[in-house]
Design a protein around this ligand. Structure first.
Ligand SMILES: [Zn+2]
Length: 167
């Protein structure tokens, strides 16, 4: 069964995830996340978006392939840019979000090996969006309180309507 994408607001999306300790448990989880991301046509997916409170995310590349980041840490940021941003957990909404143009990130892969990546533009954007999820922040966190409240209200209505339709 394909894991369902959790919609915001939800406690699992609003709290920081726990660092991964048990790397041996990762392969099946990563496989399930890859399936959910493909199904949803996402360009990235954080573990808490499928209800797993782990510091683990998949990062999609422009060519459709992806790689996993485990226990990532942003080492540095450079420049500023605004992206019109969407999120699988906030479907139907697109908003301009201020981001860094370049980021350096240290992370581990599923085998526990450490890597460092210097990313810019699209890849830097996906990394920032997914690492924010792992820190317990959806992109609305970067918007004004008023915009955040509006998105929250839209989403609560969407969730209520979905609940009604399911009955
Ligand atoms: Zn997202």
């Amino acid at each position: 069964m394909i894991r369902r994408i959790v919609l915001w607001p939800d406690p699992v999306l609003d709290h920081p995830t726990q660092p991964v300790v048990d790397f041996a448990s990762l392969p099946p989880l990563i496989e399930e996340m890859a399936e959910a991301m493909k199904e949803a046509k996402g360009t990235g997916l954080a573990a808490n978006q499928v209800g797993l409170g782990l510091r683990l995310a998949l990062i999609g590349r422009a060519d459709g392939s992806w790689f996993e980041i485990v226990n990532p840490e942003v080492l540095s940021r450079e420049g500023g840019v605004v992206y019109n941003e969407g999120c699988l957990s906030i479907p139907g909404e697109w908003h301009d979000v201020p981001r860094s143009l370049k980021v350096r990130v240290r992370y581990r892969d599923a085998r526990g090996e450490e890597h460092e990546i210097a990313a810019e533009e699209r890849l830097a954007h996906v990394l920032q969006h997914e690492i924010d999820h792992l820190d317990g922040h959806v992109y609305a966190h970067h918007l004004s309180p008023l915009k955040r409240k509006l998105i929250r209200e839209h989403m609560l209505k969407k969730k209520r309507d979905a609940g009604r339709n399911a009955r």
